[in-house]
Design a binder for this molecule. Sequence first.
Ligand SMILES: NC(=O)c1ccc[n+]([C@@H]2O[C@H](COP(=O)([O-])OP(=O)(O)OC[C@H]3O[C@@H](n4cnc5c(N)ncnc54)[C@H](O)[C@@H]3O)[C@@H](O)[C@H]2O)c1
Length: 304
Amino acid sequence: MREDNSVLVTGGAGFLGSHLCEKLLEEDREVICVDNFFTGTRRNVEHLVGNTRFELLRHDVTFPLYVEVDQIYNLACPASPTHYQFDPVQTTKTSVHGAINMLGLAKRVRASILQASTSEVYGDPEVHPQPEAYWGRVNPIGIRSCYDEGKRCAETLFFDYYRQHRLDIKVLRIFNTYGPRMHPNDGRVVSNFIVQTLRGEDITIFGDGKQTRSFCYVATPADFPGPVNIGNPREFTIFELAELVVRIVGGKSKLVFKPLPSDDPRQRQPDISLARQRLGWEPKVTLEDGLKETIAYFRALLAQ
Ligand SMILES: NC(=O)c1ccc[n+]([C@@H]2O[C@H](COP(=O)([O-])OP(=O)(O)OC[C@H]3O[C@@H](n4cnc5c(N)ncnc54)[C@H](O)[C@@H]3O)[C@@H](O)[C@H]2O)c1
């Protein structure tokens, strides 16, 4: 029999997905966690296995899924350039076929559905900071396009299902988020800098380190159809981030500079006025505090 408040989390064994599963179980929901374990691991959710309200399924979202649920959180998709560029065709399929399959499921069972979209839909933006009304500047044929255009097409599908089938959708545009359970080798800047510093290696900075990002510690947004930017509007240069990691870890790592990869955005900062107004949401954890927690996680992981 279908449980009330049952939730499907795709990509639930990943970094953000595992925190979400945990949070939903704390709220007494029934959680079906679906993952193909491409970048996620069983280790991220092993503390949840054994909970009678938690079910872990190996499944690839590019194939249809038949389950009965009330809500769907669609997070399945590799999120770091190293991983999404490993098999770009599969990345686009995951975003596009994954969205079609999950929207089809939501339509069939009349579930509400949330899409984990990304600041990458803004590409290399000429508007700064980026409000939701900005359409973005994305290269359709570059090495990042499998991710950026895949996520843009997924947003199109979400809003077409919203208009055409009156589905209850929510689209969140998530900006650089970091924290415990990030993949240690995924090439994302925060985990890269921490792991390199903990190992006593030099820190690799691509470009001159003046490109900016804003880093948001794992947060839980409230209900809202969106699209809505979720991220930290406090902007740091990559150089500042590297210096902060070295200061907290206390290692002797030097900063070494390499050329920027193609289409790497030069600046990135969310305009979160809409999230503040409509969700009463804003990030609460400072970069320094978030980094301390994340460094503690990687220190323990590397010691194993
Ligand atoms: N972390 C961030 O800074 C950030 C920023 C913007 C958007 N997002 C989005 O949030 C979501 C989660 O990101 P994350 O940082 O937790 O990354 P992650 O790589 O840790 O998680 C993605 C999960 O999806 C799974 N997955 C990938 N392809 C799949 C498929 N075809 N079928 C089933 N499962 C599949 C992976 O195994 C992994 O567990 C992604 O959709 C990502 O695009 C993340």
